[in-house]
Design a protein around this ligand. Structure first.
Ligand code: ADP
Ligand code: ZN
Length: 816
């Protein structure tokens, strides 16, 4: 008898066994998809894991419904990688498969399909059954797989549906995201009748009575002589110091003509792909250091300050890898924020780029998957967010993890709770590819690895093109409050500098962080927040119990009436947000264009892209925003970055709060002054002597690292200890508490004092589920594998206790 073991995209067991006949057994290969029955009436699409021959197992096995592929869609390297993910992050292979494959690959009984709207469809190309499905979907917008089973009066429908999906006739119903298409940009040129010299002379004569219009024209000539690129209208308006009305008048008189080009297409004019830029001496040095270091090391950390030209170095490396016929994976924290980068790379590599992101449509993702699987010329460079590391690469030569410190590389929910940087390193090793991590503000753990010599380390300390690092000043707002030099949340010096900057025609970015759910308490007189005596974090205010808690070790105390540091009764739990700043700005700068970038204003599909575009086109004078602003955006005209209040960043209750504050402040500062003129940064704070702020102001990553390293050692945090977080959820509070306590006590038997909690998180109930966490700290010398095994054992026993059956347990390895 023949059997196969199949991975199903569910969080149960690793694999499931199904019966096949001998023909099927000889046709099937590991990595093909099969449709299989599950439970009473479900169908799943699963992945063949093993083909087995032998006696039937002791339990009853079902037969498969259908084979869905002619050849494997998953490579052996992927299997190895996914098994590593499942074992490292303590989840099932099925959960990895569900995260890895585009949903259109995994039809199951719950899947809903609909027609892709097309103008015309050649119905004669469909066979009878395909036509029946098509017809049914013209009468009804969506159908369940089970409906289709009854329409066709057969069990096996997945194969038919797969064909219809592949030919682009139907699609899997899910939230559909449209890709953002950049808006057209307006350009100006001289109308054709005036291109002859004679006519032009006449024209200039005529215009001597309209000096403003004449001036515009003269400036248009100057600009055209300087560059072959088309002249955009804003550029012209600026250069000639003219109003939009003047330019419009010239267009109305048919002296000038306007035309529109999609912005990212402009560079393509002429010969399509441009030459790669020459590196300057510092970039060249870094580039050769990287290559030298790659001879010995698999992984290199490139620590290059903002705007040092890291991207151009990546470009050179990519070029070399492509020349050796290997693929490149370029990972970014968030694809939505990186249209700029994509068009930059397209200029050099044109068609060789595939962009992959979970927000792309199902069909785009299917196509990308197949392109990568077939090693097609289109997929030599894959740019993507974290899910791109699941693609079926054939021959990876290089993985670049850009902005490696970014928290969004970590997936928190659902399982697999993987860190894409770390999983990428494992993937790179499986392909024997090199891995380059890049950042202006590396994560403490990567820098630690570089210091240990596990990674090579290459530094780039100079901004490209003699641009100076921004001039960062701390503004003591405690003092400013005392001297009554504050207007709302603005210090006099911030307002003054804003006015100067705007007067010079430059733009201003204001940063106000408002993250976190449960506010930190802060004294409005002295700016100090109550701290946990056992841990290096601020206490968090819990309104419903009116107490202050540490959500790492569980220390708690009643909410205080007066500040423990200065004694004043001025403890405050309310922060202020971007919206409030925006309102204040409107009355301070009534004539300026003010915009806001935060989660509320970027909800719409294209809202974020549009804001960035308006900023680039200099249609915005002042932009207020949250940490969204910090992402690698390259704007030319930002003269000033203001940080409204650095303290709420520093007081965030997390062992990484200081590291993250340093990173965020350095990154937002990096938005200032990317051209010759030195940019200014003003950071308002109640604690101008805070170490982190001092380190930010003199751009001292080294001291920040040393100090954080020391603290992590003292308080047993990564990178010196590992962390595993175990979360319990249930609607019944006493039951959940009992379960968590049982689990914690079982862990303690072996792991002793390194088990912390159970402890309620700041938000202790979500959707009527009560929550509790246990944190396991694992010293470096303790075996990670054995610890996980032990946790797994405890979980297994736990699962067999009837009383706790409803309690949901999740395990998060490296939960930071
Ligand atoms: P980073 O990624 O380190 O912040 P970028 O790669 O974005 O820096 O470079 C900053 C700016 O300098 C970009 O506008 C880029 O086009 C320009 N630049 C960098 N290197 C070069 C080079 N070798 N030649 C010309 N321009 C460069
Ligand atoms: Zn504590």
């Amino acid at each position: 008898m023949y059997f196969i073991s199949v991975i199903l995209p569910i969080p149960l067991r690793q694999t499931f066994t199904y019966e096949v006949n001998s023909d099927e057994a000889s046709f099937l290969k590991r990595g093909m998809r099969v449709a299989v029955p599950f439970g009473k009436s479900k169908i799943y699409t699963g992945i063949v894991f093993e083909i087995l021959k032998g006696d039937p197992p002791s339990y009853e096995t079902k037969s498969i419904d259908q084979i869905l592929d002619e050849s494997p869609i998953i490579t052996e390297i992927q299997f190895k990688h996914w098994q590593w993910i499942a074992s490292y992050y303590m989840c099932t292979l099925g959960e990895v498969v569900r995260a890895a494959l585009p949903s259109a690959f995994l039809l199951q009984s719950e899947t809903v399909v609909s027609l892709v709207k097309k103008e015309t469809l050649d119905e004669s190309k469909l066979n009878d059954e395909e036509f029946l499905v098509y017809e049914a979907l013209t009468n009804q917008p969506v159908l369940h797989i089970n409906d289709i089973r009854s329409i066709l009066d057969r069990k096996n429908v997945v194969g038919i549906l797969n064909n219809l999906i592949e030919s682009g006739i139907i699609q899997v119903q899910e939230e559909v995201y449209e890709q953002y298409t950049p808006k057209l940009k307006r350009y100006i040129k001289l109308a054709s009748p005036y291109t002859s010299e004679e006519k032009l002379k006449e024209l200039l004569e005529e215009l001597s009575r309209a000096p403003k219009q004449r001036d515009v024209l003269m400036n248009l000539f100057v600009l055209s002589s300087q560059s072959k690129k088309p002249i955009d209208s804003i550029q012209l308006q600026k250069k000639s110091n003219a109003s939009a009305a003047t330019i419009k008048a010239l267009i109305d008189k048919e002296i000038l003509e306007e035309f529109f080009i999609r912005k990212d297409r402009v560079q393509f004019e002429g010969n399509g792909v441009s030459e790669i830029k020459e590196l300057n001496e510092f970039q060249l040095r870094a580039f050769s250091e990287i290559k030298e270091s790659f001879k010995e090391k698999e992984i290199i950390l490139l620590h290059g300050v903002t705007s040092s030209g890291k991207t151009e170095i990546y470009v050179r490396l990519i070029e070399e890898i492509l020349a050796s016929d290997r693929q490149v994976l370029y990972m970014l924290p968030e694809i939505a924020l990186t249209t700029q980068l994509i068009s930059r790379l397209q200029v050099y590599f044109g068609e060789a780029i595939t962009v992959y992101h979970s927000k792309y449509s199902v069909n785009e993702r299917l196509e990308a998957w197949n392109n990568v699987l077939n090693n097609s010329p289109k997929s030599q460079i894959v740019i993507g967010a974290r899910s791109s590391l699941f693609l079926p690469f054939k021959n990876l030569g290089l993985i670049i993890v850009d902005e490696e410190h970014e928290p969004s590389f970590k997936q928190y929910n659902p399982s697999p709770r993987y860190h894409a940087r770390d999983a990428a390193i494992v993937l790179g090793n499986l392909h024997q590819a090199k891995i380059l991590l890049g950042s202006a503000t590396p994560s403490v753990e990567s820098y630690h690895n570089a210091k240990l010599g596990k990674y090579g380390l290459v530094n780039l300390n100079k901004r490209y093109g003699d641009v100076l690092m921004p001039d960062i000043q701390l503004v003591d707002i405690k003092e400013k409050h005392r001297k009554k030099q504050m207007t709302g949340h603005f210090s006099d010096i911030l307002l003054e500098t804003m006015r100067e900057t705007l007067a010079e025609g430059e733009q201003v970015i204001l940063f106000q962080n408002r993250r976190g759910f449960s506010p930190v308490v802060e004294c409005t007189t002295c700016g100090i927040s109550p701290q946990c005596p056992n841990c290096d974090v601020s206490l968090t205010y819990h309104q419903y119990k009116n107490e202050l808690r540490c959500h790492y070790c569980g220390y708690h105390m009643a909410m205080q009436i007066s500040c423990m540091a200065c004694g004043n009764e001025t403890l405050d739990t309310k922060g202020f947000g971007t919206e409030q700043i925006e309102t204040e700005l409107q009355s301070l700068f009534p004539k300026k264009t003010i915009a806001r970038m935060d989660q509320d204003t970027t909800r719409g599909k294209h809202a974020h892209g549009k804001l960035i575009e308006r900023l680039e086109n200099e249609e915005i004078d002042i932009l207020v925003g949250t940490q969204m602003l910090a992402k690698g955006l390259d704007f030319r005209n930002i003269g000033l970055v203001g940080v409204m209040n650095a303290d709420n960043l520093l007081n965030f209750p997390d062992f990484r709060a200081h590291e993250r504050s340093f990173q965020l402040l350095q990154q937002v500062s990096g938005r200032a002054g990317r051209t010759k003129k030195r940019g200014k940064v003003l950071i308002q704070t109640f604690n101008p002597l805070h170490q982190i702020l001092q380190q930010v102001s003199i751009n001292d990553y080294g001291s920040m690292y040393e100090q954080q390293h020391e603290e992590r050692y003292q308080y047993k945090y990564p990178p010196l200890f590992r962390l595993i977080k175990i979360t319990f959820k249930d609607r019944n509070l006493p039951k959940m508490e009992k379960a968590a306590l049982w689990f914690g006590q079982s862990l303690e038997q072996k792991l002793k004092e390194n088990v912390l909690g159970p402890e309620a998180p700041p938000v202790a109930r979500i959707r009527n589920q009560y929550i509790s966490n246990i944190l396991v700290k694992i010293p470096k010398k303790q075996s990670l594998e054995k610890t996980k095994k032990y946790i797994g054992l405890v979980e297994k026993t736990f699962n067999s206790i009837k009383e706790f059956a409803t309690v949901k347990v999740t395990i998060d390895v490296d939960n930071f």
